[in-house]
Design a protein around this ligand. Structure first.
Ligand SMILES: CC(C)(C)CN1C(=O)[C@@H](CC(=O)N[C@@H](CC(=O)O)C(=O)O)O[C@H](c2cccc3ccccc23)c2cc(Cl)ccc21
Length: 348
């Protein structure tokens, strides 16, 4: 009877995974036995944290209390959360979070320790950011703030994943040694998403583009959507893309060091989607009006191809070339983009 309950609970966790992101859930389920459950639960714990951070209906004290104690909450059997706003995307996950906690407590302690440690650092980082002074609502003022925020929400995920890969024995312990490489894996994904999500975030009253970047061209961040500001908007966008390009050498170095096929696929697919997205958003002012996404057919082709380093390098080279053909001589960042493209290509 207990065995059936266990299997039922585990199935529920993979159902949650399917609901949060279908395509990525399939990739997680392809992971080798030693890692599959640990990464599934790491993903769900992070999603739980994200659902609290994203909920604008929670009052700040309550939100910070939950974020800072989430690393303890994941050990509390029976805990769940019904205070999320009605339209919060993944609220069903927290309403039945006791299921995730039961499964988490079944994991080997070495995996529990990694997940709890990252959850502690991320929860505190998110709370620091949420309660920081956002007087002029440019929550992210400097490039340093931008990097710190992206480290909290995505770089730490890279640290945790590298620790889980090493603990599982599927990858060499050295994968967790160079924290800058692991950090860049998350930064590249998160920064690309932040550029892509300009419109969605602006409509939600959130701004993540650092004022140190856009403030060089305008004092009106929301005004970038106006047609009369198109030239300024182009310069701001290319300056943002320039900042993201810096992470490419680290990303490729990290991918190159992976040994296990299922771990490689799990890591390569999001990075390949990100470079394709970065090339798409570059010099594309649709970003200011809607959420631009790569076509489904392209995404499928990229997923199929992301199974070995030669293909991944070829895909990066192709999209960096696409980006350089879109580089506009009239853009004030033309030279710096050319230099960054040259560096990335030379590294490849
Ligand atoms: C913020 C984020 C980039 C870390 C989110 N994040 C990712 O984006 C997912 C991909 C994903 O969720 N894709 C969604 C679409 C989307 O949400 O954009 C899909 O439906 O395909 O991948 C990352 C992820 C995968 C592999 C290696 C990583 C190394 C460092 C940091 C993150 C890494 C991820 C791994 C884990 Cl364990 C948890 C979260 C993530």
């Amino acid at each position: 009877q207990k065995l059936i309950a266990n299997n039922e609970r585990k199935k529920r966790c993979y159902d949650f995974l399917d609901k949060t992101s279908r395509s990525f859930s399939a990739v997680i389920q392809e992971l080798d036995d030693e890692l599959r459950d640990a990464i599934c639960l790491f993903y769900l714990v992070l999603r739980g944290l994200d659902t609290i951070e994203d909920d604008m209906t929670l009052d700040l004290d309550r939100k910070c209390e939950l974020l800072r104690s989430f690393d303890k909450i994941i050990f509390q059997r029976g805990w769940n959360f019904k205070e999320n706003g009605p339209n919060e995307k993944d609220r069903h996950l927290l309403v039945d979070f006791q299921i995730v906690i039961e499964e988490f407590l079944e994991l080997p302690k070495k995996f529990q320790d990694v997940i709890a440690d990252i959850t502690n650092q991320m929860g505190n980082g998110m709370a620091d950011y949420a309660s920081g002074d956002h007087r002029e609502n440019t929550a992210v003022a400097t490039i340093k703030d931008f990097d710190l925020y992206c480290h909290y929400v995505a770089g730490l995920v890279g640290w945790g994943l590298s620790d889980l890969f090493a603990a599982s024995g599927l990858e060499d312990p050295s994968i967790a040694k160079d924290k800058r490489l692991s950090d860049s894996m998350g930064m590249f994904l998160q920064k690309t998403n932040i550029i892509r999500d300009y419109r969605e975030d602006l409509d939600d009253g959130r701004q993540f583009w650092p004022k140190e970047i856009w403030g060089k061209y305008t004092d009106d961040f929301a005004g970038l959507v106006k047609p009369e500001n198109a030239k300024t908007a182009q310069a701001v966008l290319s300056a943002m893309v320039l900042n993201v390009l810096e992470h490419i050498p680290d990303v490729l170095t990290y991918l190159k060091s992976l040994k296990n096929q299922s771990v490689f696929n799990f890591c390569a697919i999001p990075q390949v989607m990100a470079i394709a997205t970065l090339a798409l958003v570059f010099n594309n002012q649709d970003v200011y009006h809607r959420n631009v996404k790569i076509r489904k057919g392209t995404a499928v082709k990229l997923i199929m191809a992301s199974t070995n380093m030669d293909n991944v390098v070829a895909i990066f080279r192709e999209y960096i070339h696409v980006l350089s053909t879109k580089n506009d001589a009239a853009d004030p960042n033309f030279i710096n983009i050319s230099i960054a493209v040259g560096k990335a290509e030379q590294w490849i």
